[in-house]
Write a protein that binds this ligand. Structure first.
Ligand code: 4GT
Length: 243
């Protein structure tokens, strides 16, 4: 069988993997061999007896910085593993708040490839020279700060894995969902129809499919316009020429 989509994760905390990715949808898919995960301990590439991976920042300041020599050895080993697994085109990604914000288009592109090598930083981050010396794409999950890149890597992998063939049963929920057409998702309701005096909108129980589709579209547009002017502007620009 061909190699499944594979993540090589470089981390100082390999015990954090698979973590939540070993459960539920992603965990089932992992057990089924629909994707694979290799957590690589950056500390294994330290070369002194104390297994040093970090040092104080040149120029002073608080915290520690991950050493470029140790990290580059780990990166090169991961690259060799990916090449050997037929994933020579797997991108090398550093999760960092300085990166380009992750979006669903990038997630789809990653899922369409053979895998990814993810670098998780700790402390104040990694030495800039590693970013300059290797073809590294910096990716951010948003404008907030984590104590390490691992939760960001886990979130990115969750987003990718659910798009892999056979992972999500009901495939239409992938095209129906938020961002598929550039809008936030419409609101969902289930039983009971009356919950604490709050009723499910009549149209959803009317059985009139065309009206339901139209209502959901209108709600998605209303919510997007109210919450995300950036998405709303782009959506309007896109649909103005089409319609
Ligand atoms: C935020 C994000 C991220 C961090 C994000 C290097 C040391 C980065 C700690 C790490 N914070 N990583 N990927 N918003 N912190 O995506």
């Amino acid at each position: 069988m061909a190699e499944p989509w594979t993540a090589w994760v470089l981390t100082l905390f390999p015990e954090m993997f698979p973590g939540p990715l070993g459960l539920a949808l992603a965990g089932k898919a992992l057990a089924e061999g629909r994707w694979a995960l290799a957590a690589i301990d950056i500390r294994d590439f330290a070369d002194d007896k104390h297994k040093t991976v970090d040092d104080a920042p040149f120029g002073g300041g608080p915290g520690m910085v991950m050493r470029p020599d140790v990290l580059a050895r780990a990166i090169d080993a991961a690259r060799a593993q990916a090449d050997a697994a037929g994933a020579g085109s797997a991108p090398l990604i550093y999760l960092s708040p300085r990166g380009r914000p992750l979006d669903q288009a990038r997630v789809h592109a990653l899922a369409a490839g053979s895998g990814a090598i993810l670098i998780c930083g700790r402390y104040e981050g990694i030495d800039q020279r590693v970013l300059d010396a290797r073809p590294i794409e910096e990716v951010s999950l948003g404008d907030f700060v984590l104590s390490g890149g691992e939760p960001a890597a886990i979130a990115l992998l969750d987003a990718v894995v659910r798009l892999l063939p056979g992972v999500v049963g009901h495939v239409e929920s992938l095209t129906d969902e938020s961002f598929a057409d550039g809008l936030l998702e419409y609101p969902h309701y289930t039983r009971p129809r009356d919950w604490q005096g709050r009723l499910v909108p009549d149209v959803l129980v009317s059985g009139h499919h065309e009206n339901i589709v139209e209502w959901r579209r209108a709600e998605a547009e209303r919510i997007t316009a109210a919450r995300r002017t950036d998405l709303w502007q782009r959506y309007q620009r896109k649909t103005r020429v089409e319609r």
